[in-house]
Design a protein around this ligand. Sequence first.
Ligand code: ZN
Length: 232
Amino acid sequence: MAEAGSMILNPNFLPEAQRVAAWWYKGGNQQRLTYISHSSSPAGSLRPSQRATSVEISAMSQQAVREQQSYTLICRLGSLQLRKKTHAMPLYYMACLELKDGGSLQCNRRVDETGYCRMCQKSGKVGPRLNVRCRFQDAFGSCWVTVFHPAAEKVLGSTAESIVELSQQSEEICEEALKDTYYDEMLELQLRAKPDTWGGEARTHVTCVGAQRISSREHSRTLLKEIHQLLK
Ligand SMILES: [Zn+2]
């Protein structure tokens, strides 16, 4: 607040404040926000992306969706799954980077120790690909989502090559460096929920298909604009 500024609690003499207060007490505090801005849907998806909270994403993984749906989640990286019981979880794998059927998409299949890809039936171009299990946090709670390269590079703010270099130094150095990214930048994630089965039961498979780092200043401006629209 500026030096000459003042903070007014219950500013009932302002007409706008009275309207907000009336809406809030008449049940506005119970309402869910209807977001006015929507992010564009990821490539390949026909339906527009809807804004969701981490709690909704988490609940969705346990339920069954009938058709593929896209969601946008504004959050921060809460933590990474670095261990499973006592074992360190691999954050990347060596993948075949040959182009599929002469197209523009890379194969991305795991290669064996010699660099051979069974799918392409050759030892071609190989490189690290990140595949990380992330817990994303927003104001409502958190959800676990598996994030694949290149969205994982955006989430971690680091290249796969740097992660390989760090993990080759030592597990501890890598873990410490990754922990520095927790609650760092604000993220806008594009998530895709697809019908799936798990142990014979219908479930939803949620994957992260895109990620951008967004400035908190920009995000605050968007939220203020949305509140302004709601008050009109
Ligand atoms: Zn391949």
